[in-house]
Design a protein around this ligand. Sequence first.
Ligand code: 5GP
Length: 216
Amino acid sequence: MRFNALDKLEIIKIFFVHLHASNIKKREMDILKERILKDGKCLPGGILKVDSFVNHQMDPNLLKKEAIEFIRLFSDTKITKILTIEASGIAPSIIVGLLLDLPVVFAKKKTPSTMDNMYRTKIHSFTKQRDYNVVIAKEYLSPDDRVLFIDDFLAYGNAAKGIADICQQAGAELVGMGFIIEKAFQHGREVLENMGIRVESLAIVDSLDNCEIKLR
Ligand code: 5GP
């Protein structure tokens, strides 16, 4: 296979991103954990509010560190596409996609009138206590794809199960799922691992009992 000068530059760039990611200390994610303890607020029903750095205001510097950690964790896998769900999964996914030079596709919660050929699945939202459909246009997911799914939270695993279903419909291979925050007490990991899905999380909340954030 022959590469032109631009290809070579891209290959060198990707090599350095991987090198940086594999050298990064696991301790980097202590910054995320400190931030959760400092700025996270617990709401009734086992909900963690992190609006000041994940779900509303965002911290691009922290997002970059998180993206590098995702790349380190999945450095042994070949990925062709990053998948996420709007809205909060988009920011971390874009940075992973940027660093790995890969396309990012987000599942849409409203079907655009311009979309006529799509994969669709139903997801139950426990934060909103309702079901909703998400769609991905068929042209953006194919059996050639090796997919990494990135999202902000893993709770019961319903959103992730929906994405797994869409990948199955498309015949795409799901190589793993990465979450910024996993709430272990809601057991989404067990659900996904029982489906044979590899799960990696950057911070794990063991309990929000009595509104005290207990991290692993
Ligand atoms: P699951 O589908 O795993 O039950 O929940 C994951 C989805 O619900 C995530 O995409 C996230 O948007 C939302 N979510 C679940 N738990 C929380 C939470 O504690 N805080 C926030 N902000 N969102 C959550």
